[in-house]
Design a protein around this ligand. Structure first.
Ligand SMILES: [Zn+2]
Length: 251
């Protein structure tokens, strides 16, 4: 099944077709480019886009897509899980993660908003009954921010002295597609607030990754060697972190 989605004129005036086709149940946006490379991507909103050389036969495109079926299903599953996890309601009984452990949320009516670890299994959110999901989410994020900064304040100075680099500080934010990033000129770091949900080893891995960018800008062989040296299990942490946040480029 094939349907024409839109036609557009490229800069040079040549008609360039962008079409949507259904292959093995996958709705794929095909973009033809002058580039010889084939690039297949799944986006967080579950869109699938394939950019292909402008003269590639449709039968070859179909074969390529079918050969990637398993990979596509895996990616889609990850994004579906991400969508499911981001739709939190902040109600009692819901699962929330902190430092690699699962906690059950208990929501208690209170005029003084706060979140506390009640024991090894539960987190208590004190909040007004009438509070909106958005406000509860803000409260959870500020709790995560506070928890993550405790970890970073503990590990960053240690790791800086091991690697022999020094940052000029860091900030914590909500980021969609990155666990961390750095500004090499300002020597500053940014960490994703969701790291608070992860284990110490994974938090340390992200700190090391960003600090190593002060030495090596690109993710090249030199960067890999540095990573192997300072964090031998980095590949394990990288894949476990990217189970949910997909297509992460650390920086
Ligand atoms: Zn990086």
């Amino acid at each position: 099944m094939m349907n024409l989605k839109w036609m557009k004129f490229s800069i040079c005036g040549r008609i360039q077709e962008d079409i949507n086709i259904l292959i093995n149940g996958f709705d794929i946006d095909i973009q033809r480019k002058k580039d010889k490379n084939i690039n297949l991507r799944v986006y967080p909103n579950l869109d699938i886009r394939a950019s292909v050389p402008e003269n590639m036969e449709m039968s070859s495109i179909k074969r390529m897509i079918i050969s990637k079926e398993e990979w596509l299903n895996e990616r889609l599953k990850k994004y579906e899980e991400q969508i499911r996890l981001t739709k939190r309601k902040y109600i009692s009984g819901e699962d929330h993660y902190l430092n690699g452990k699962r906690y059950i949320l208990k929501v208690v009516d209170s005029n003084t908003p706060s979140i506390k670890k009640e024991n090894a299994k539960s987190l208590v959110m004190y909040v007004r009954k009438s509070s909106s999901i958005e406000n509860k989410e803000k409260l959870m994020n500020s709790f995560y921010k506070e928890q993550l900064s405790l970890k970073i304040n503990k590990y960053l100075p240690e790791l800086e002295s091991i690697i022999k680099v020094k940052s000029n500080g860091y900030s914590i934010r909500k980021m969609k597609n990155k666990w961390g990033s750095c500004n090499r000129e300002m020597k500053t770091l940014i960490f994703n607030v969701d790291l608070a949900q992860k284990k110490d080893a994974e938090i340390k891995y992200v700190i090391i990754h960003e600090l190593l960018h002060f030495i090596e800008k690109n993710h090249n062989e030199h960067f890999r060697e540095l990573m192997e040296f300072y964090c031998p299990k980095w590949e394990q942490y990288h894949s476990s972190l990217n189970k949910i946040l997909n297509d992460n480029k650390m920086c």
